[in-house]
Design a protein around this ligand. Sequence first.
Ligand code: SAM
Length: 232
Amino acid sequence: MSTWPAAFADACITDPPYGDTSLAWDRRCEGWLVQVARVLKPSAAIWVFGSMRFIAGMFDEMESYGFKYAQDIVWEKQNGSGFHADRFRRVHEHAVQFYRGAWSEIYKEPQFTNDARAKTVRRKTRPTHTGHIEAGHYVSEDGGPRLVRSVIDIANEHGRALHPTQKPLGILAPLIAYSVPPGGIVVDPFLGSGSTAIAARQLGRQFVGCELNPDYVGLLDERSRQVDLLTA
Ligand SMILES: C[S@@+](CC[C@H](N)C(=O)[O-])C[C@H]1O[C@@H](n2cnc3c(N)ncnc32)[C@H](O)[C@@H]1O
């Protein structure tokens, strides 16, 4: 990343190794935030996925690069990865948004969903000329699209993932659409199987990223092919 130009990217959306376990691949990486802060435009946002333990430890470092807390979402991933039998079964991860610059200058496109439409079913009055009520006498109205909720329930990719911590595209898509302007650039220093990259491409955004493990770099092509087949 140190070879990338300065101030070219609109947002960073990333899922670093959290360092929560002793698993070989779960090694916390230091020094990436200074590079992200350098390559982002002056007014920009960073979304970081992680456990509370991991993200709480990042607040001071974020602040040292001028990034303030904006909001957080919860990804509810059904069967989770809790390692403890004496705690609540952990079935979620957080993604926290930090921003630099004036909030009013940060790109943000509120996301709406049709899934949450409020439905009211009204029964029309009985027609006077007949005692018979057709199905058409019931009218369904909705309250219009609503803001996407901060708890997003999307199945994890267990059983079909190419990467051990592969994120579903559906959890990246609303963050990219919210924080990266159409045609804009999102960076992800920890690409893994390339979820950020593929979701960005699907949404007409550009991406730049890196991945340490050469075996995973090839996954981006393979996963793109899978996605292309599914959406063809
Ligand atoms: C939590 S995974 C990201 C998974 C990704 N979100 C996905 O959906 O596939 C973190 C990734 O960061 C990579 N990584 C770890 N240290 C790195 C480093 N110093 N530079 C670049 N990538 C690194 C790991 O190999 C791993 O693939």
